[in-house]
Write a new protein. Structure first.
Length: 288
């Protein structure tokens, strides 16, 4: 079973306390020495692939200080969900015997990434799971307001990222929109399967309302490589929710399972498929 590594969260709060209300230059130095320079292996990966330089990190934390401050209690609750996470790992292994286990590192990022993966395992952005009924959202943009979740949803994001670590087809930047949507949607669908919890993000709520129209629009562009209107588009989605490609990919996988059965062989085929467009062909999904 995995290790849950929360030392980077503890380091962040030590740095945050020491830097509180100091001039910017001093804050940057403290975040570097007390957070960046003492990073775990997973945190070092996160710095390289997502977090970036400490100056920009400090700027985001400072700008959204009220929000970060409000997340402390939620972050201190992460380990309350360890038993649930381990249960979902065991349930996933019963469904997929070849499941590879990876450690889970919790980090504090720039309000831009709920979860990702690296050679060191699963990396979870703890600050993205701080929503409570008292959370101050006034400094957050539309996308962040939509994707911030309560800490109780951490087990689901852990399984989502674990699904990505099982997928056999390598990720390639030149993949089509269709392939990438299925890769991401598969993680959503399998997470629902493992946790028995329906995805209730804004993209999926919107998708269920406009499924047929979205599919007809998606179908005209799905073999291209431009993903900017459908995936990873939180910064430029003004008129509708971002990441609707996740919903389309999830529905394709759902159709695939309806056709071939909700069983261990079907989950194996989904995780081990080398060509995601093959999943679409066999699913025979038509927007419903």
């Amino acid at each position: 079973m995995p290790d849950l590594i929360t030392t980077d969260v503890d380091n962040f709060w030590r740095a945050y306390n020491a830097a509180d209300r100091l001039p910017t230059a001093d804050r940057v130095k403290i975040f570097k020495s007390a957070y960046y320079d003492v990073a775990s292996r997973g945190m070092r990966d996160f710095i390289d692939i997502r977090l970036g330089d400490v100056e920009n990190f400090e700027k985001v934390v400072s700008h959204h200080d009220a929000y970060y401050r409000s997340t402390r209690a939620s972050m201190m609750r992460i380990r309350e969900f360890e038993a649930e996470i381990r249960y979902f790992f065991r349930r996933f292994r019963r469904l997929y015997a070849s499941l590879e286990i990876f450690n889970i590192t919790f980090v504090v990022g720039r309000l831009s990434c709920g979860g990702t993966t690296s050679q060191s395992g699963l990396l979870i952005g703890a600050e993205m799971f701080g929503r409570t009924y008292r959370t101050p959202l006034d400094t957050l943009d539309h996308w962040r307001r939509a994707v911030i979740r309560p800490v109780s949803e951490i087990p689901s994001i852990v399984i989502h990222e674990l699904v990505h670590k099982q997928q056999k087809a390598p990720w390639r930047s030149e993949d089509t929109l269709l392939s990438t949507a299925i890769r991401e949607g598969m993680a959503v669908f399998v997470t629902e399967w493992v946790t028995r919890r329906e995805d209730i993000t804004t993209a999926h709520e919107y998708g269920r309302l406009y499924e047929r129209a979205l599919w007809e629009e998606f179908e005209t562009v799905m073999y291209g490589s431009d993903k900017s209107d459908w995936l990873f588009n939180g910064s430029n989605s003004a008129d509708r929710p971002a990441d609707l490609g996740y919903f389309i990919g999830c529905q394709i996988c759902r159709a695939f399972v309806r056709r071939f059965g909700k069983n261990k062989e079907t989950i194996r085929r989904l995780l081990e498929v080398e060509d995601y467009e093959e999943v679409n062909r066999e699913a025979e999904y038509e927007g419903r």
